[in-house]
Design a protein around this ligand. Structure first.
Ligand code: HH2
Length: 285
């Protein structure tokens, strides 16, 4: 089954056929694993959004709660207090705005402001969340695989075959979305690198990522600065840019159409070269 070439979102129909898109991460948190505290202040976060725009970002992904292993939970009110001024400002920048949250209440407030995409690392497993998204005619969604929650996920890595399980999980979530009447063109799927997976399982999943294309939805992936890249290179989190670029290219070479990254400018450059040298050519060119 071939994936839709357009990702329908609230205000924008995103073209995924022409080239892979870059989703820039803006964590409005004190404790995210690589940029915690850098954009907790709303003015700094908004300035950072503007900077990413200048660097060629295609989508802004705003998060108000860390999902790193063992991260403390924050209330919906606290998460929204961090996000609201940044979401409001980002919505005026002329670029799609995604909100990275697994809380239905935060989604509701973000949707009331008109955000374009809901990115949920829990794949809308909360019944309130899936109903809310189904009601919102055209908001785009990203459904990601993980097990458990950030507090417990790294104790839940006993897979028979990690790729089969990720595919089956995502297929079940897609079936549920279909039941609720959510159009396939609104959905991207994410294997969830680093979420309830060991280094070896992450590598196996990346090796066989093309198998997920059978699900018939575009793939969005986030490798940026993750600990598997640290394990492979021996580098601390602030020295993982080369590894992150290599991982982003591996991801697009195996079917990803959106890459979620912290370092937008270098990723845009790397993808331009990949596009010129490696992207499948259209018939006749
Ligand atoms: N990874 C993180 C957070 N959200 N969303 C999707 N769809 N895919 C991912 O791989 C993904 C995600 C973790 O990275 P980051 O946001 O930088 O860290 P933290 O969760 O600590 O804020």
């Amino acid at each position: 089954m071939s994936a839709p070439q357009i990702w329908t979102t609230t205000r924008f129909d995103l073209d995924l056929a022409e080239r892979p898109l870059v989703m820039g991460i803006v964590n409005v948190t004190p404790d995210s694993f690589s940029d915690g505290g850098q954009h907790l202040d709303a003015t700094r976060a908004i300035n950072f959004c503007e900077r990413l725009l200048g660097e060629g970002v295609d989508i802004l992904d705003l998060g108000g709660e860390s999902t790193r292993p063992g991260a403390p939970k924050v209330s919906a009110d606290e998460e929204w207090a961090r996000l609201e001024p940044v979401v409001r400002a980002a919505l005026s920048l002329g670029v799609p705005v995604s909100v990275d949250t697994c809380k239905t209440e935060v989604m509701r407030r973000a949707l009331d402001l008109g955000v374009d995409i809901i990115n949920d690392v829990q794949a809308l497993r909360d019944p309130g969340a899936e109903a809310l998204v189904a009601e919102h005619g055209s908001v785009g969604v990203c459904l990601m695989h993980m097990r458990g929650d950030p507090a417990s996920m790294q104790q839940q890595t006993d897979y028979v075959d990690v790729v089969d399980e990720v595919r089956d999980f995502l297929r079940a979530r897609l079936d549920r979305m279909r039941e609720l009447g959510v159009a396939a063109s609104r959905i991207t799927l994410d294997p969830g690198y680093g979420f309830a997976k060991t280094v070896e399982q992450n590598a196996e999943l990346q090796h066989r990522q093309h198998e997920l294309q059978a699900l018939g939805c575009p793939l969005l992936v986030g490798w940026s600065r993750k600990s598997t890249l640290g394990a492979l290179t021996g580098r601390p989190v602030d020295e993982r840019l080369p590894a992150s670029l290599a991982a982003a290219l591996a991801a697009v070479a195996t079917g990803a159409r959106v890459v979620r990254v912290h370092d937008v400018a270098p990723t845009v450059d790397a993808l331009k070269v990949w596009q010129a040298f490696m992207a499948p050519r259209k018939h006749g060119s």
